[in-house]
Ligand binder design. Sequence first.
Ligand code: DAK
Length: 258
Amino acid sequence: MPAEAPVLSERRGAVGVAYLNRPDARNALSADLMDVLADLVESWDADDDVRCIVIAGGETYFAAGGDIKGMAEQDFQAVVAAPTASFWRRVADCATPMVAAVSGYALGGGCELALLCDMVVASETAEFGQPEILLGIIPGGGGTQRLTRVMGKQRAMELVLTGRRIDAEEAHALGLVNKVVRKREWLDRAIELATVVAHRPPLAARMAKRAVLAADEVGLGAGLDIERRLFELAMATEDRVEGMSAFVEKRKPDFRAR
Ligand code: DAK
């Protein structure tokens, strides 16, 4: 991709790394950026060689949210018809595990994008928030739902109603972030975590992701049913035969995504 593309990408072994790349607009999520990112995530999700995805911003900004300049121009009809509304569903539908690598601001849609990922590695410089209320709107990319599931109603309510930003430590204490790391290490540590996941048997990793996400989507009984079905499916894979044989034979497993 050309350097001025809104999203850059590279492969690190079995990990696909996407870099949001609109530094002049603090990586605000323009329609173009969202389209390119969703296309990239979908193409990696369909690629057997990509086993985990990292979504990263830059050193000082993960993403400052939806593109306020673009949104300022939109009337009601344009909002209802906006193709970008499907961005959140397209990324959420990705079966491949995803890690957000956050350094600097992750605000509004930027925070929602981090929340869409399955794990978040944050630099000590990271700041999260849902400041939409300060613009007269509310989060529209899943923030009211996913933030509440991550940290509970009272805490999410405060952030959504006040627009207050929280630092990496508070985000960690509230469960929004998996790891807080030193400022020059955020990308390497995120890729390191993604690489660990990429080495897990891929079918089981996708099933595990699906099962954990079900906990947010359905009640306990239905969730346990989904887990049971996925467990049975995992038991039907060649990789589980290999994993269990390798354990018994005291050797390293050779997983083949079968
Ligand atoms: N959109 C557009 N441009 C932005 C931007 C944004 N979100 N954030 C920053 N910029 C631009 C600034 O306008 C400025 O442009 P120029 O003046 O140079 O042309 C440039 O980036 C540098 O910004 P600052 O001068 O403000 O930079 P600082 O480093 O001083 O401050 C900041 C960085 C991130 C703290 C600050 O820029 C800021 O507060 N930005 C706005 C944060 C915010 O309110 N975010 C929430 C946006 S609303 C939807 C789903 C989701 C959404 C919408 C729809 N659907 C399903 C339809 C999401 C909405 C949102 O996220």
